[in-house]
Design a protein around this ligand. Structure first.
Ligand code: PLP
Length: 426
């Protein structure tokens, strides 16, 4: 029977970006002692110790452990003050590594990595607002963000008004003395409208409000909102960061001062990402530029082809000269207009359904941002939450179809969609 005890390095490692210590998660070996464990107990301890340290693996490990051992109360105090990792929800190596990468990509100082995009949005709003505060939001944003604002937040006495963020006079007209957040997406879902983020951030600064941007549709390869005066940038990492339709996650990136202020309440709200997902997200980021650039090229080609098809009423994509913010997009979105587009066909549920069924390659999915082209029907996605009149007012017509363009050969994407459009011939 083996005699051993675990020993721990109580805080002599190098400080890491996430606040932990290098040695705190590598040094954890075995040392003999006089106490003899029974065979049955030993069975549940064996396999926990490394024979030697593993330093600098090319691919980072996944630290699944819910907790890291603490040596004594002094060590616990040290951990509790950010000295080392000790409890997963409080801080975890894989989340910190992902946060470091996302902060860099978005030109921020620090990030909070959340369990979903909605966790990032709700955490941002709940930790920056109090009863009586006012949000001024673009009216062209993700439907569930509107549901959050008009439901839970309203019940807590945080009121949201919606303005046309492509019209700066309309934005100014909706500001109140209580406005604390200007909330927008830069490329909006699903109408692909473009927000002049420099102008919106300037208005927010004038009134002492924060500019919060959901950059999910744009990605940092199109624009980095913090470089344009925004204070907080949010992502649903579920989409282009994940890129393979196999993770759910979110991020909040800002200055260190803002993140430090939000973090204690984020820990209490509890919406942290698990280590396995953080590892997968970081792996996906390594090829994100290649994917997104190819997706943008394909999107521009698809938009062009659809705009020439008589069965398509209009295409929402900022490269089109008829797009309402085409000039702004040319000035602002110099690296490309993103992988998302929408187009409108005849407002017939039957024919749109037949179109969806006629597609061979493109799939109908309740997500976006994967490497394969997928389609969504925005009106159907929000039929349970909004009345038909509200849907129309939001621009979600029956004939509106949204496409998340993938990395396939462009002629295959165009061919499949144009072929299926034949259902509108009759
Ligand atoms: C623009 C945008 N923001 C936020 C979200 C929410 O992200 P998640 O589903 O990861 O919570 C979505 C989801 O589709 C989205 O499209």
């Amino acid at each position: 029977m083996t005699q051993f005890k675990h020993f721990y390095d109580a805080g002599q490692g190098e400080p890491q970006p996430g606040g932990g210590l290098k040695s705190a998660y590598f040094i954890y070996g075995g040392e003999y002692m006089s106490f003899q464990m029974s065979r049955d107990s030993e069975m549940i301890y064996r396999g926990s110790t490394f024979g030697k340290e593993i330093l600098d693996p090319d691919c980072p490990p996944i630290w699944h452990s819910t907790a890291c051992r603490v040596a004594d109360m002094d060590d616990y105090d040290f951990a509790n003050n950010g000295g080392k990792y000790y409890y997963n929800r409080t801080a975890a190596p894989n989340r910190d590594m992902l946060g470091d990468a996302v902060s860099f990509m978005e030109s921020g100082e620090a990030s909070i990595i959340t369990s979903s995009g909605m966790a990032a949005i709700s955490t941002t709003l709940l930790t920056n607002l109090k009863t009586g505060d006012h949000i001024l939001s673009s009216k062209s944003i993700y439907g569930e963000t509107i549901e959050l604002m008009d439901g839970l937040l309203k019940n807590m006495g945080i009121v949201t008004d919606y303005a046309d963020f492509t019209d700066l006079d309309d934005v100014r007209a909706h500001i109140t003395p209580e406005t604390k957040i200007l909330y927008t997406e830069i490329i909006s879902n699903p109408l692909i409208r473009v927000t002049d983020i420099d102008a919106i951030s300037a208005i927010a600064k004038e009134i002492g409000a924060l500019t919060v941007v959901d950059n999910t549709f744009s990605t940092p390869f199109v624009i980095r909102p913090l470089e344009h005066g925004a204070d907080i940038v949010i992502h649903s990492l579920t989409k282009f960061f994940g890129g393979h339709s196999d993770i759910t996650g979110g991020s909040i990136t800002a200055s260190k001062a803002i993140i430090d202020r939000m973090n204690p309440n984020f820990l209490l709200l509890g919406g942290c990402m698990d280590p396995n997902t953080a590892w997968l997200a970081l792996r996906s980021i390594r090829t994100m530029k290649l994917r997104v650039e190819r997706q943008m090229e394909n999107a521009a080609k698809l938009a062009d082809a659809l705009s020439k098809d008589g069965r398509v009423r209009y295409v929402n994509y900022p490269t089109m000269s008829c797009h309402p913010q085409h000039e702004l997009a040319e000035r602002l979105l110099t690296k490309g207009c993103g992988p998302m587009l929408s187009f409108r066909v005849e407002d017939s549920r039957e024919k749109v359904n037949a179109f969806i069924r006629a597609l061979s390659m493109v799939q109908y999915l309740g997500t976006l941002g994967g490497y394969r082209t997928s389609l969504a029907h925005p009106a159907t996605a929000f039929r349970n939450e909004f009345t038909p009149e509200q849907l129309k007012a939001m621009g979600l017509e029956e004939g509106l179809i949204r496409i998340s363009v993938g990395i396939e050969e462009p002629e295959d994407i165009i061919g499949d969609i144009v072929n299926a459009l034949s259902v509108f011939d009759a």
